[in-house]
Write a protein that binds this ligand. Structure first.
Ligand code: NAI
Ligand code: MG
Length: 511
């Protein structure tokens, strides 16, 4: 038990825990890169360490891929795309392969959940119930699409060819070799969001996992081979952003890059794409999502809802409900409820089945979040729950609720990506929409109200790719997800994602 400055007690159990034999075996030797269907060392022979954020200890090593490895991986993906069993595969076969991958993942659910917890820090219960099943479901959803990627037949008029007859139709063809760069907050799920539509449409892939969390993608690589994907269809290069990631984004033979991460790096990706070959770019970037509690909200729903909106995944969610706007008349009740909720969260080692919140992913992330806390408190914000780091082992931060915040504070403007919510009262619901929209981001937003018309009306006015009414963090493989403004380009999941992995070809035949 660690005392939190005397205000309350939080249970933290960073004690010894046992890693299963299966995972121990996986971690017992450096994991290699997957290139052209084979596991290989990095060209340089270098490896880097994998750290468990609950303890700060090194738990394994993985190959450090760089430009030369990206080069090899892109070559393999190009060959697989141009001339391989993959190009001859029927849509039905592609669908069955994806379904098989989903089955294999499901059969190894416990192992994946454990890997995710050790690598990212998240509670194993969450990895078991959310991360892994959502990845399985995404692959199954996309498997169904493989046979349903259709063009149109289009009647045309051609005013300058009177009397001529034509048959015009469109084909949807895979966009080609895709570079996929993913973050560390949902390592397996982000890999699934990216791989699913690419494999359903017939693209080939070079996937670069985040350097903080390479493990589950590498294990998934083994399942991809086991499922029977032809060599070179999926290549996985672990490594750092500035080297491996940058080489992928600027590679002249990559047809599209799909990125999830910070808005800052998103801009670098766009630049690299522009300066190399103008490859297609899709981006899923940061957020600072408003969560609005109206006067008539059902507080039994809204209070835990507002708490989960920010504290789920330790606030390391691009769509975290990090700006809480509460009607003046209920402000104290809601804040009191959310603060109490925050104080009851069991923070601890992710492998402890009772843990509800684990550590932040890395020492860097811990430093970043603590700097934001400092900044907010020094500008006059008050922490009614939390406000600082927990202990000095691992990267734990107290679930924090800040009040006395102003719109111009850094903590209200910038993405913190930690368990920190800023709260502000409002009076007129008409006035809150422009405030909620006054951000460079536009990923998500939520409204809590018993008045359904008001809920729908606000949903129309909020500039965000996802709007939740009387709920938060509801995701589904069938629902498009992505951002307005600087939260990104394009959408993930749903059939919207497929459009971004295909090119449209218009074919016209004179009859
Ligand atoms: P990041 O944007 O640097 O990393 C995300 C991915 O991009 C990683 O795979 C990384 O290796 C790669 N990358 C980094 N620099 C690159 C480059 N120059 N070219 C190509 N790829 C590159 O994010 P980071 O540094 O881990 O976290 C910083 C902040 O970014 C967080 O505090 C959070 O605010 C935001 N973030 C947002 C995420 C989201 O889901 N939208 C996910 C992760 C971070
Ligand atoms: Mg970075």
């Amino acid at each position: 038990m660690i005392s939190n400055g005397g205000t309350y007690i939080m249970t933290v159990t960073v004690e010894s825990y046992r890693i299963s034999d299966t995972v121990s075996r996986f971690l017992s030797r450096p994991r290699q890169l997957l290139i052209n269907g084979r596991w290989v060392d990095a060209a340089s022979g270098k490896t880097f360490e994998v750290v468990n954020p609950a303890t700060g200890e090194t738990v394994g090593r993985v190959a450090e891929g760089e430009r030369e490895d990206i080069e090899r991986a892109v070559r393999a993906a190009r060959e697989a795309f141009e001339d391989s069993p993959w190009t001859k595969m029927t849509p039905s076969e592609r669908g069955r392969l994806l379904w098989r991958l989903a089955d294999l993942l499901e059969q190894n659910l416990d192992e994946f959940a454990e890997l995710e917890t050790i690598d990212n820090g998240k509670p194993i219960s969450v990895a078991r119930f959310a991360d892994v099943p959502l990845a399985v479901d995404l692959f199954r959803y996309m498997a169904g699409w493989a046979t349903k990627i259709e063009g149109n037949t289009i009647p045309i008029s051609v005013p300058y060819a009177p009397g001529a007859e034509f048959l015009s139709y469109t084909l949807r063809e895979p966009v080609g070799v895709v570079g996929q760069i993913i973050p560390w907050n949902f390592p397996l799920l982000m890999a699934a969001w990216k791989l699913g539509p690419a494999l359903a449409t017939g693209c080939t892939v070079v996937l670069k996992p985040a350097e903080q969390t390479p493990l589950s993608a590498l294990r998934l690589g083994e399942l991809i081979l086991e499922a029977g994907y032809p060599d070179g269809v999926v290549n996985i290069v672990t490594g750092f952003g500035e080297t491996a990631g940058a080489a992928l984004a600027s590679h002249p033979d990559v047809d599209k890059v799909a990125f999830t991460g910070s808005t800052e790096v998103g801009k670098l990706i766009v630049k690299a794409a522009g300066e190399s070959n103008l490859k297609k770019v899709t981006l899923e970037l940061g957020g600072k999502s408003p969560n609005i509690v109206l006067k008539d909200a059902d507080l039994d729903l809204a209070i835990p809802g507002a708490a989960n909106a920010i504290f789920f995944n330790h606030g390391q969610c691009c769509c975290a409900g990090s700006r809480l706007y509460i009607h003046k008349q209920i402000f104290d009740d809601v804040i009191d409820g959310v603060a109490k909720y925050a104080q009851k969260i069991r923070v601890g080692h992710g492998l402890d089945p009772k843990t509800q919140m684990g550590p932040l992913v890395s020492h860097d992330q811990l430093t970043r979040v603590c700097e934001y806390l400092q900044s907010g408190l020094s500008e006059g914000a008050k922490a009614v729950a939390g406000g600082k780091r927990i202990g000095d082992t691992g990267y734990f931060v107290e679930p924090t609720v800040l009040v006395n915040t102003r719109h111009d504070m850094k903590v209200v403007q910038e993405e913190i990506f930690g368990p920190v919510v800023t709260a502000m009262p409002f009076e007129d619901p008409e006035e809150i929409t422009p405030v909620a929209n006054d951000t460079v981001y536009g990923l998500a937003a939520a409204v809590w109200t018993r008045d359904i018309s008001k809920g729908h009306r606000l949903a129309r006015r909020l500039k965000a790719g996802s709007v939740w009414v009387n709920c938060y963090n509801i995701f589904d493989a069938a629902l498009p997800f992505g951002g307005y403004k600087q939260s990104g380009w394009g959408r993930e999941m749903g059939h919207a994602a497929l459009d971004l992995y295909t090119e449209v070809k218009a074919v016209t035949v004179q009859l």
